[in-house]
Ligand binder design. Structure first.
Ligand code: SAT
Ligand code: MN
Length: 594
């Protein structure tokens, strides 16, 4: 074909691709009736104008410019401070496709319900159109979306959390496909709040919440619930995992992907600072991502991972110079804080920091009788580029090769500090049977033990039975799959205190994993997996009592038997679609224990 003609054709196609977006924006405006429509380009000028607007209307309060330059505090409605799993739905034509792990509604009913809420809801407001890309803009693993929202707070957060604006729009023009997300804060009335997903249409509708996971649609709604659906169809994985690079003294870097439920230390592990002796020996830690990991097999059979996000939406309480100096450095400027407390001199404050709060997260004079000064799920939003340990490979369009996958939860008893799965099938079982105590990241009781497979219970956009089958399917000829491990930083002693110091010392556990990956050390075979041999695990320089050291690595067959029986029942609750291989694996372990 003549070059001139082909470029005319391409332009036409690009325009018609954008026409789909334009039509959707026009239809949405007709439904929601905003006063104005603003297409976001992601520019500095746009960002500055939005900050000014929010400062004027009081939704952003400037923080102390000497200690926290260009940083802000946002206070949520007190009834809107966490994800709402009971109001989160997956709408698929067949109920079974969503599975027992999701709340389900028929797509037509879901749309009707949401469109009633959206009708006229943007009167007096501006409708913002946010084109964004999840993942490095030039990465074949990245995927685009467009969020429509009436919240300027969402726009400024999306700007830090995603690649937002003109470049994303260009990619959407050439690619044609994008995930559609419609969001309104509505009245912030918990009785008029729903987060609905339509995976078959690659679309999301969210109404009545301005909180992170409910409102920043690129994050959990797109990058996990919708992406997990796309990933299954396209042969990859969208996971609730941090990605961290561990460089050993020989200068070799192993990348590890680790799944923990919300508020269980993913950000801390992703930004770990090695203990002094390790630093002296030459160990380094590189942050790729702290919450979400998209990975797929590369030509060499290994899994390659990208972080689809561009920023961190981290839990503030507990973040300190002791626990996470890298995070503290990240958030010393150009940061948006949500629901933290304030000191007398207008610095952000939360439990775990030195000093004293003057105002609590609701802006009241601090009174311990009202509970913690900062909300337990208060957050910071910050660009990943501000992280001192940000990996030079974090923006690699091809992703980083994963050497190990780690699963972990809050388990006060039974589960040892670390063990290794025997093989991929066993590893999938270890992930599928993960348990953890609930945290403040979602509304509801805190500290209740529940099963949270792969830390995806709130985020898998389809039936867990199919999800486990998808995971098992990665084992095929030519695959060079990572080793799978389970860790538990949260084991407690009889006195109720944590047995393991955690934080930087967790590098000792990662070191053992890497040695296993490299085949440098053996392991002790048990019915439930491979445990470290004492001689191979570095406890030097740790103030750990002999009993604690014993207990952290102990294997209790009787208690494990009870655990395995429970796991068997849990897996059976997913019905006939469950891959028999997982049940067989669980039965096999049980038979060794008996
Ligand atoms: O609220 S978010 O989903 O963005 C954070 C979390 O709970 O993991
Ligand atoms: Mn998370």
């Amino acid at each position: 074909m003549n070059a001139a003609i082909s470029s005319v054709d391409e332009n036409k196609t690009a325009r018609s691709r954008l026409a789909r977006l334009n039509d959707w924006v026009a239809q949405t405006a007709a439904l929601t009736r905003p006063d104005a429509v603003q297409w976001c380009d992601g520019s500095d000028a746009e960002y500055a104008a939005l900050l000014e607007l929010m400062q004027k209307d009081g939704s952003l309060l400037p923080l102390n410019p000497d200690t926290h330059p260009r940083s802000w505090l946002h206070r949520s409605d007190p009834r809107d401070v966490a994800r709402v799993e009971h109001l989160t739905f997956v709408c698929t034509s067949e109920k079974d496709a969503a599975g027992p792990n999701n709340h389900w509604m028929a797509p037509a009913d879901g749309h009707r319900k949401m469109d009633e809420l959206f009708a006229g809801c943007m009167r007096g407001r501006t409708l913002y159109v946010i084109p964004y890309c999840m993942g490095p803009i030039d990465s074949p693993l990245a995927r685009c979306g467009v969020e429509i929202t009436d919240s300027p707070y969402v726009v400024v957060n999306m700007r830090m959390m995603t690649r937002m604006g003109a470049a994303a729009l260009t990619r959407i023009e050439t690619e044609g496909s994008f995930v559609k997300g419609l969001h309104s804060t509505g009245e912030l009335d918990p009785d008029r709040r729903f987060i609905m997903h339509f995976p078959e249409e690659l679309s999301i509708k969210s109404y009545g919440s301005g909180y992170g996971g409910n409102a920043l649609l690129g994050k959990k709604c797109h990058a996990l619930r919708i992406a997990s659906w796309q990933a299954r169809q396209e042969g990859w994985l969208a996971e609730h995992m941090l990605i961290v690079g561990i460089e050993n003294p020989r200068g070799e870097t192993h990348y590890i992907a680790a799944a923990f439920p919300s508020a269980c230390g993913k950000t801390n592990l992703a930004m770990l600072i090695p203990p002094e002796s390790y630093r002296d020996a030459g160990w380094k830690v590189w942050t790729v991502g702290d919450d979400i990991c998209w990975m797929r097999p590369g030509a060499d059979g290994r899994l390659y991972a990208i972080n689809p996000e561009a920023g961190f939406f981290g839990v503030a309480p507990g973040t300190s110079a002791n626990s996470n100096p890298n995070a503290l450095a990240c958030i010393s400027h150009d940061t948006i804080f949500t629901n933290v407390a304030l000191t007398q001199d207008n610095q952000p404050w939360w439990e775990g920091l030195e000093g004293t709060p003057a105002l609590d997260w609701q802006g009241r004079a601090y009174d311990p009788a009202n509970g913690p000064a900062a909300h337990p799920n208060s957050r910071f939003t910050v660009s990943a580029r501000q992280c001192p340990s940000y990996s030079p490979r974090a923006e690699d369009p091809q992703g980083v090769p994963i050497s190990a996958i780690v699963f972990g939860g809050r388990r006060p008893s039974l589960v040892p500090l670390v063990f290794e799965a025997r093989d991929w099938t066993h590893g999938v079982l270890v992930g599928a049977s993960m348990g953890s105590e609930t945290t403040a990241a979602a509304t509801g009781a805190v500290g209740v033990m529940r099963r949270d497979p792969m830390a995806m219970k709130p985020f898998c956009g389809y039936n867990f039975a199919d999800y486990f089958t998808h995971w098992l399917g990665f084992e095929k000829p030519g695959a060079q799959l990572p080793k799978v491990f389970h860790v538990n930083w949260f084991r407690k002693g009889a006195d109720g205190q944590f047995l393991w110091p955690g934080f930087g010392e967790n590098l000792r556990v990662l070191e053992w994993m890497i040695e296993r990956v490299e085949g440098r050390v053996g392991a002790e075979e048990t019915a439930v997996g491979r445990f470290p041999a004492k001689a191979d695990f570095n406890l030097e320089g740790l103030a750990l009592s002999a009993e604690a050291a014993e207990e952290l690595f102990a294997f209790h067959p009787g208690e494990w038997k009870a655990e395995l029986l429970e796991i068997g029942d849990y897996l059976a609750s997913y019905g006939d679609g469950m891959p028999p291989r997982l049940q067989q694996e669980a039965s096999h372990i049980l038979s060794i224990l008996e």
